[in-house]
Design a binder for this molecule. Sequence first.
Ligand code: SF4
Length: 283
Amino acid sequence: MSDPFLISGPALISFSGGRTSAYMLFRILQAHGGVLPIDVHVAFANTGREREETLRFVHECSVRWAVQVQWLEFVTDLRSVGPGGRIDLVGYNSAARNGEPLDRLIKRKQSIFSTLRGRWCTQLCKVEVLFDYAATLGFGPGQYTEVIGFRADERDRVYELPRKPRNVDRRFAFPLADAGVRRSDVDSFWSHQAFDLELRRGTGNCDHCPFLSDKARIARARMNPSGLDWWEAHEVERQFAFGRMSIAEIRRAIASSPLLQLDGVEEDAADSECGAWCSGEAA
Ligand code: SF4
């Protein structure tokens, strides 16, 4: 059987900034003797609400493993500007850190993504940003392999993603799942490394993602209350809440029960990509 980590180009490896996709990148590098084929690319789509620890981790993987990771940010979804005009190519130092890509998306849509209006943040700020990057490299849908970090214990995602009608033209590879890698294998790998993602499991991706359980959102808000301001400002401006609970309600829930309870954080930890809700996609 061929090594699932040997990737034939053209291909784009989706690096979410989580431990799982970082491990996948490591295994792919290892399979290729430390250097990726010239037509195998790695990209990380930054929403601007990623935790600083995530940005540092992506940067550290890139530096320590000597692999180029292209950082990408959403600019617009206007077809008229072409793929190169729809994304920004940034890096660790220049990456947005206060939600600017999501600000642009909300302004463009004149609406906020939400549990009621839909999770188009993932689609536009991550999935389509990666499409646009591939297009700037000269590859349209189906002309390159999208390498995604779904594990063997996420078989449902591996099964569903290629079978969605909108994905019929896309070509996927799931080397972790093919190699039988489970979460425990990923954890074991990171427990032996000189560096790690400095976030507890289930707290990566957008700092106050509304597509998590109320319990998990409250737990995140307790840990990182300063990050709430950005979300609240949009809710106030649009007179609409991102999630089942508004940020004001989350703040009130914390104030009425000030004990630091962190249970609930890990229940939404589909570590592969973009939290439990984003992770059905190549983000
Ligand atoms: S983490 Fe949440 S808010 Fe951020 S892009 Fe994914 S679904 Fe949207």
